[in-house]
Design a protein around this ligand. Sequence first.
Ligand code: ADP
Ligand code: MG
Length: 421
Amino acid sequence: MDDVRRVLKQFWGFDSFRPLQEQSIRTILEGRDSLTVLPTGAGKSICFQAPALCNGLHGNKGSGAGDLAVVVSPLISLMKDQVDALKQKGIAAAFVNSTQDETEKRDVADRIRQGDLRLLYLAPERLLSPKTLGFLRQQQCVRYFAIDEAHCVSQWGHDFRPEYQELKTLKQVFPDAFVHAFTATASEPVRRDIARQLGLSEPSFLVGSFDRPNLTYRMMRAGQKMQQIMDVANRHRGESGIVYCLSRREVDTTTQALRTLGLRAKPYHAGMTGPQRKANQDSFMQGRCDIMVATIAFGMGIDKPDIRFVIHAGMPKSVEHYQQESGRAGRDGLDSECVLLHSPRDFQVWKDIMHGEGGQVALQSLQAMFELCNGITCRHKAIVEYFGQDYGVMRCGACDVCLGELELHDDSADISRTVLS
Ligand code: ADP
Ligand code: MG
């Protein structure tokens, strides 16, 4: 068996790659900057984790660089989950962040000196601190940098983080190391902007299909909203799911309502303390509670493979957000359901929240999301085409439109007039 497949089998137990994973891994092994775009749940982590375990990497080029992969990840919670999962597989991975004391940090530094660490997770601001940069340079240990959630580097993306922009210094400070970016945001201008912002040199662009065939999309007008949510949750009794609400208040009332049905639901929003949020997230991840009722503060990088349903209690502010959030369902490839409840008001609510911020791009995304909800085109087709790809299937068999469930409302003409004015 060749090295790449051996690593996949030995550490992850998988027999085959998902689309583009193998190309992405081989590009890293070849030593060429790259940008891999795959939808949420497609399996981007393995693309930057596996190469660090392949022998091919060590014999690769006589550049003097070492064999450590540095993963840049925006959230501390996300880092810990990924590193814990890697350690469980027997992979030498670690992170350094503000939750650790000096001894723990020194420990990681020692392991880097001794060369027995394969993957190091850091937030951008820590990586770019003069101390960390100096240390990594002196050790000559870095083979490549993997920038996860790389759309954060682009002001045109949907989650811009200023600290990500400083990552362009990596190519200057480490001329021998390669930089590989990963994101689920597909639009072509954002892709090019990411490559430019990171200073990638002749990058290989790997862009996957944006369709998630195992997800059934249903987008319906909110009526008796609580009842609609309870109906969906009830038919998934005992299964894992997420309910996204637009406000903290709605999170609390929805959690209560689901509990009265005897469903194991817990809340998650920014108004709770850190430890409360963490306790609820852990309980969801470990299957002690089934339903996470949350604001969009919940979920980035959440890797729970068996989420069977995602309900949106209101319209998200962009198709990108919808793709990310609904995409958390069905990561294991099994059939899952995504239900979006929207009301004509949602558009105006978002417009008021955005008020000037984000400008034209944000408004266009909002408009596109509105059209997706109110449209009568196959949902799979509409989403895939939004991301600039062709959708060849005639009837997906997995959305309310193609399944003939759509209810038309007489006032839809009025709504679009309001929106467009
Ligand atoms: P992304 O970062 O693209 O959203 P993740 O890296 O979190 O996705 O992976 C999503 C899920 O897919 C994980 O549960 C992972 O174990 C699983 N997965 C990844 N690659 C494969 C594969 N080749 N075969 C089966 N499952 C896979
Ligand atoms: Mg990811």
